[in-house]
Design a binder for this molecule. Sequence first.
Ligand SMILES: Nc1nc2c(c(=O)[nH]1)N[C@H]1C(S)=C(S)[C@@H](COP(=O)(O)OP(=O)(O)OC[C@H]3O[C@@H](n4cnc5c(N)ncnc54)[C@H](O)[C@@H]3O)O[C@H]1N2
Ligand code: MOO
Length: 340
Amino acid sequence: MEKIKVQDAVGAVLIHDMTEIIPGVVKGPRFRKGHIIRKEDIPVLLGMGKEHIYVWDQTPGLIHENEAAERLARSVRGPGLNLDEPKEGKINLTAAFDGLLYASEDGILALNTLEDVVLATIHNYQPVKKGDKIAGTRVVPLMIDEKVILEAERIAQTFPNPILEVRPLKTFKVGIVTTGSEVFHGRIKDKFGPVLRRKIENWGSIALEQTFASDDVSMIQSAIRDQLKHGAEMILVSGGMSVDPDDVTPTAIKEMGAQLITYGAPVLPGAMFLLAYLEDVPIMGLPGCVMYSKTTVFDLVAPRILTGEHLTRLDIVKLGHGGLCLECPTCTYPRCSFGK
Ligand SMILES: Nc1nc2c(c(=O)[nH]1)N[C@H]1C(S)=C(S)[C@@H](COP(=O)(O)OP(=O)(O)OC[C@H]3O[C@@H](n4cnc5c(N)ncnc54)[C@H](O)[C@@H]3O)O[C@H]1N2
Ligand code: MOO
């Protein structure tokens, strides 16, 4: 690539954005790609430490960083993602609507293993809002051999799912069965239902009429059957999930012939969580902590099910890494390590 002195560059066209950084004040492009250098720009460029600029290089087989970034972004982009304009040679991908991020960790690794390719993303399975930044991509040099980009595009195609995708949460009819003799007999007021209803509605689903059962296997089972009859597409059974003789919720669910995915999850709070499928309807057994703690296993699992994903035991056991909630005085989830 040919370089010329900035003093000789009046009239030359900049071929990349020129970043100015003043700590604590500004970081951004002072001059954009395509800018025609004027006499008055020369002291500014010198002040930014630029004594030379590059002039356009027509070497065949090389592509500009902006084109490279755009092709990388397109190769990883699945449904639910928008591409921003290139800035300083980088392209950001943002969420096109509210949903949950599905990222291929192997795909991200494979692309970044290519020299000079940069793909930085947020963590997998994070809830995102429309417009949220999800990833940024660029190449390291100003001009790059097109072969590198062709290889990145080829690699991205080898994965069964897009490398990055935002899936919307579907609207489920959700049945709530609340167990516990103390609630059933009116000794205490139910506090579980309102927590679950609020979360379900925040996710855009519909809470059906809540039903109550004492700590009795057949009563819990008939309440679950009633929820199915009323069209529940997901059933949440609260309480009775731990080690006391009166904790019969797991037995009730298992003995209905449901396909048990897990009883127990490597997540705190939420160790006593249960997931099963009965006639393809997901049933979750929710321990007392889901009522008490702001963020729990329920917040990690339910949104995934609401995208239509069918979870396996491996999906649940993988939650262990990042499964410890730090129970901060002010919860900042999902901007923390929980579930990452
Ligand atoms: N020795 C052990 N004790 C406990 C363990 C354990 O492993 N060993 N696990 C703890 C964990 S972790 C959790 S979480 C809870 C599990 O609780 P359960 O799901 O069995 O909840 P319950 O026993 O039914 O109730 C606990 C507590 O919460 C109150 N509760 C329950 N449902 C409602 C409701 N709908 N409204 C208001 N309050 C409710 C209930 O009255 C109890 O006070 O167990 C730990 N213990
Ligand atoms: O482990 Mo429990 O199910 O955290 O609250």
